[in-house]
Design a protein around this ligand. Structure first.
Ligand code: UD1
Length: 364
């Protein structure tokens, strides 16, 4: 069984790593690793391959950035040639980035089966590009591997046959479990002079938060209040860095003496920063899940989430992007008013094993 495993953007790497590792254990599977090049900066891509001990991609499409249509189209054109040449039996895609949907569309039209890992998540907000990618990919997939129960319900409601849906747990958590010990060796806290010090960890990159000046300013105002009390560590996404500069906000950020604005950091350093943080403020999808697993308080600066289990039983709270709300919710946690969470079902480090076993068993 020849399977092309697809990665494109930063949040894909830690999802594919455990799957690729599991696949090589099976004689009947020949995994091929393809990187679309949606993310290409060393710190957004290469660093993750190293940290996650991934093999070099067998195929690199080098598509780079662009508008959604440009990026999706470029991936489709290049990926069609790959399918033509390699004739895979199946492609495996993860998550909800443009690479995920683009490769799925190509495979579906060429009669190649598709496995979607992290299927069924819905924010019910079609202004998010990821929501469109999720809907398209799920509609075209033959194997839908789901991380939380809400995903099963969403897919059933959309009329997808039960036979295609498998509740297998969360591969992102597989990586977290696998690399937990190794992350302890990271000296990022020492480098930032934060050993034993309390700090808030922030990530921010959603277009709704950083592509609109007013929203970005509101959040920076909130950070300015928070940094009066304790340090903030903010590894900044290239999109946000670019927008901060375009909006003339660099000075506003540099005035905050307790704000440590960093270039994007690797997987292991980031895991270590999450584990020792007082709380995490984020608009990421995956970080809501990782903090729930680690039991670290998470405030999500969005109006909705496609990962409701992190709210229902995890440590996550949705707070939107209003300045005052961000500040008050942060201060609540700093005062010790912390939501206790539990680890969701099947987030146990063995999701990739379940997925690969199902593929081996059901494929023929
Ligand atoms: C993408 C995903 C998003 C995911 C995020 C994680 C889509 C629609 N979005 O968003 O779901 O949460 O990745 O990081 O697929 N850039 C660089 N270097 C890079 C990559 C990007 O400088 O290596 C800059 C470019 O200016 C680019 C911008 O970031 O135009 C946005 O990159 P893009 O891949 O389009 O979307 P992300 O915001 O990264």
């Amino acid at each position: 069984m020849k399977i092309i495993n697809i990665v494109g953007a930063r949040p894909n790497f830690m999802k594919i790593a455990p799957i690729q590792r599991e696949m090589v254990k099976h004689r009947q599977i020949h995994p091929v690793l393809l990187h679309t090049g949606q993310h290409y900066d060393e710190k957004m891509s290469k660093l993750f391959f190293e940290d996650l001990e991934m093999p070099q991609p067998d195929i690199y499409l080098g598509v780079g950035s662009g508008t959604h249509a440009q990026q999706t189209a470029k991936i489709m054109i290049e990926f069609e040639k790959v399918i033509e040449a390699k004739k895979p039996d199946l492609i495996l895609v993860v998550g909800d980035v443009n690479s995920t949907a683009a490769c799925s569309m190509v495979a579906a039209k060429m009669g190649v089966k598709i496995a979607h890992v992290e299927a069924g998540l819905r924010s019910f907000d079609r202004t998010m590009p990821e929501e469109i990618n999720r809907i398209v990919t799920d509609a075209l997939s033959d194997f839908l591997f789901v991380t939380e129960k809400s995903g099963m319900e969403n897919l059933q409601r959309e009329g997808i046959s039960d036979k295609k849906i498998f509740f297998t747990g969360n591969v992102m958590i597989d990586s977290l479990v696998y690399f937990m010990q190794k992350a302890e060796n990271s000296d990022i806290l020492h480098q930032l002079r934060l050993n034993g010090q309390p700090y808030v960890l922030i990530t921010l990159h959603r277009p709704s938060n950083v592509d609109v000046r007013e929203n970005f300013v509101n959040l920076l105002d909130a950070f300015a209040e928070i940094e009066k009390e304790l340090s903030i560590v903010f590894p900044i996404h290239p999109r946000s860095r670019k927008m901060m500069h375009q909006f003339g906000l660099d000075k506003k950020a540099s005035k905050m003496k307790n704000l440590k604005l960093l270039d994007p950091i690797g997987y292991l350093d980031f895991m270590q920063l999450m584990r020792r943080a007082k709380l995490v403020l984020t608009d990421s999808g995956g970080i809501q899940e990782e903090t729930t697993y680690l039991g670290i308080p998470c405030l999500t600066m969005r109006e909705n989430t496609e990962r409701p289990v992190t709210i229902e039983i995890g440590t996550n709270i949705l707070i939107g992007s209003d300045t005052e709300k961000v500040v008050t919710e942060t201060k609540k946690i700093l005062r010790g008013d912390v939501k206790n969470g539990m680890i969701p079902e099947l987030w146990d480090g063995r999701a990739a094993e379940r997925i690969v076993n199902i593929l081996v068993e059901k494929y023929n």
